[in-house]
Ligand binder design. Structure first.
Ligand code: SGN
Ligand code: CA
Length: 527
């Protein structure tokens, strides 16, 4: 029986043996080891994938990414354990929460690569493995036959890479280069006679949202539909929403983020324009000179300025995604052309969700849906029903176990998620997870989102902000899908609140998180 996901089970097992047991015995083994292509972009919001049918679907469609949804399953509630790059990547590799894999925040980028990861286990089981693109975990990758990664966040234009021989620079646009490296590796790996697993990790569409030069004008003249909550005043929420530093109005920089450069010594200028050759600069200027001129002439103020910033932001962000979509199309075409499409799992996801102006924000980190939910499109020939949609609570915590299950590798008992295989078949087990646990640590830090942990069900979210404040928030996401009103103290939610507190205590126990371990991740007092 698959029992490790529910807190009811936890309570039952505690009452019985006092142990949390994990059963792998009945996990069926597939006849063959399918190939696996795991495509992950950085900060790609589900709102910007047309398969999700959100407000941008008609202005900025993603036809190639949608091919994965058409061939497989679209997950509408894939939740991350910790909505930030490094920690999400560490969870994906290990199948464990941040407090157990040790990588809680981007600010301590030193993943312990000696620990158990799913690529290592696949490699031991005879898979050819590769990691190409954004890695963002500090230490060098382990468990890969081939790796070629961006240092840190990486650059968009003429980017540096690091492989086993050291650091070197490539010419061109980062998304295209990652795609070409991936296709070259796939070509070799598919001839090796062994199954393969590729992690193709795009930098795009991460801030500062720098598109391929050929797409700078892709959305010229488009007025992007505004999110309903662009001018949210956070009046229904607590201190954390009111004190963050991630608004389009205040935080987003006209110069550095929206490229109206004046300061040619700034890091964003150096990392963008500063890396281009003469030809690339000419192409850039041909577009940006007139955008700048227009901005100066219009001189928007107040809400008009926020709308202008939002529109420029969407322009660049969605243009970056055009290249990602193209990349996915090239990979899918390669599989089809080489007869690999029938035996290859293709996954498209992002390291977390992202705000595209909802609540006036960009960036991520909060346990609210836009940042907590990540896109997940999963095609597994012979397993997923084409064009299916799923609403179960799944997580990036589940990816490692799913891939091991697909490869017929025994799933280690200390992994904390579950294989998605039955869910992908459309046969969600009755004891599938009904609650999901979240914990975010990066505060004090960039964007000033306070530390919080919480539990989410299909209807509610209970969130605890701690460290420099002690505030609880409760959202009824069925009644209030945009999460505008904290109802923690509303009398009509008293029973729900109590139940959720109980479930949160149980899931923290189940996931082995507690105040003692949290303390070990607090900033050290200054001497
Ligand atoms: C950089 C960005 C932030 C972003 C973090 C983490 N600033 O610091 O806006 O939140 O990365 O992003 S930037 O001006 O340097 O772009 S993450 O996706 O890697 O977690
Ligand atoms: Ca990210």
């Amino acid at each position: 029986m698959r029992t490790k996901l529910t807190t009811n089970f936890l309570l039952a097992s505690f009452a019985g043996s006092g142990m949390i047991s994990v059963s792998c015995a009945t996990k069926s083994k597939p006849a063959e080891k399918p190939n696996i292509i795991f495509i992950m972009s950085d900060d790609h919001a589900y709102q910007a994938i047309s398969a999700y049918g959100d407000r941008l679907k008609d202005v900025a469609p993603t036809p190639n990414i949608d091919r994965i949804a058409n061939a497989g399953m679209r997950f509408d509630r894939c939740l991350v354990t910790n909505s930030i790059s490094g920690p999400s990547r560490a969870t994906i590799l290990t199948g464990k929460y941040s407090h157990l894999n040790g990588f809680v925040s981007n600010e301590r980028p030193n993943f312990n690569g000696d620990q158990q990861t799913f690529p290592k286990l696949l490699q031991q089981a005879g898979y050819q493995t590769a990691m190409i693109g954004k890695w963002h975990l500090g230490s060098n990758p382990q468990g890969f036959n081939y790796w070629d990664i961006l240092p840190g966040q990486g650059h968009y234009y003429n980017p540096d890479f690091i492989n086993a021989s050291g650091k070197y620079q490539e010419q061109g646009y980062v998304t295209d280069i990652i795609t070409e490296k991936s296709l070259a590796w796939l070509k070799d790996a598919s001839k090796s006679g062994k199954p393969f697993m590729l992690m193709m990790h795009h930098k795009a569409p991460h801030r500062e949202w720098e598109p391929n030069l050929k797409y700078l004008n892709r959305f010229k003249g488009v007025d992007f539909p505004l999110p309903e909550t662009l001018f949210d005043d956070y009046s229904g929420r607590g201190t954390a929403a009111k004190t963050q530093d991630m608004t389009i109005a205040q935080t987003m920089r006209i110069e550095a983020d929206l490229k109206m450069w004046e300061d040619t010594t700034s890091a964003p200028w150096k990392n963008t324009y500063g890396r281009m050759n003469a030809q690339q600069r000419a192409a850039w200027n041909a577009v940006y000179d007139s955008i700048k001129k227009d901005f100066i002439a219009k001189n928007p103020q107040g809400k008009d300025l926020v709308k202008w910033k939002y529109n420029r932001y969407m322009n660049d962000y969605l243009a970056c995604i055009q290249s990602v979509d193209e990349s996915v199309g090239r990979v899918l075409d390669f599989l089809k052309k080489n007869g690999l499409d029938k035996n290859t799992i293709v996954v498209y996801t992002a390291d977390q969700g992202f705000y595209l102006g909802e609540h006036g924000w960009f960036d991520k980190r909060f346990m609210h849906d836009e940042s907590y939910r990540t896109p997940l499109l999963f095609s597994w020939p012979g397993v997923t029903k084409p064009g299916s949609v799923n609403n179960d609570l799944v997580s990036n915590l589940d990816f490692a176990e799913t891939f091991l299950d697909a490869a017929g590798v025994v799933i280690p008992a200390d992994m904390q998620g579950a294989s998605l295989r039955p869910v992908l078949k459309g046969e969600t087990p009755a004891d599938w997870r009904k609650e999901h646990y979240y914990h975010y640590y990066e505060y004090p830090g960039v964007h000033s989102v306070k530390r919080h942990y919480g539990i989410s069900t299909s209807q509610y979210k209970l969130i605890h902000y701690y460290y420099d404040i002690d505030e609880w928030e409760l959202y009824d996401i069925k009644a209030d899908p945009k999460e505008m009103k904290n109802v923690y103290n509303a009398p009509e939610y008293a029973v729900i609140r109590k139940t959720l507190h109980h479930k949160l205590d149980s899931i923290r126990l189940l996931m082995k998180d507690n105040d003692e371990i949290t303390k070990t991740f607090l900033p050290k007092p200054k001497k």
